[in-house]
Design a protein around this ligand. Sequence first.
Ligand SMILES: [Fe+2]
Ligand SMILES: [Fe+2]
Length: 168
Amino acid sequence: MAMSTDLEQAFNDQITLEFASEYVYLQMAAYFEANDLPGFAQWMRLQADEERTHALKFFDFVLERGNTVELGEIPAPPTEFASPLEVFEASLAHEQKVTAAIHDLYRMCSEAGEYHALPLLHWFIDEQVEEEASVSQIVEQIRMAGDNGAAMLFLDRELGARSPGSGE
Ligand SMILES: [Fe+2]
Ligand SMILES: [Fe+2]
């Protein structure tokens, strides 16, 4: 039996939110490219790729359950940032919003007896803990670097070394 229309809508909203995350991070990648921080840009590109895989996990789940996928509108992401710190603070706030949305989905599915969804949502709950931790760490490292250009260049190298799927 397929999921209720309420749950179907909630999962479709989550698919759209994950694609919106891809969009947000691609815009941030463009900011870093334009500001001569290619390592930060690379990190954001990989982050965007990861968000697309998240969207597709939910997409496949909705189809497997015999429900309908309807992609929603993606709002234009913010384009103006005052500093790399502001970008990563915005990224952290975005991830916190996604975490809250996934917790809501988990609660809705538990209450509705939609137990099939729980392993998938557990995976996402763990993933969000990792994402918030890695973004928070980068926020702190940018704060530590402050006005020190050499420290920022070092951090740029570090972030540029992220490999696909490492989540760091
Ligand atoms: Fe995600
Ligand atoms: Fe994310």
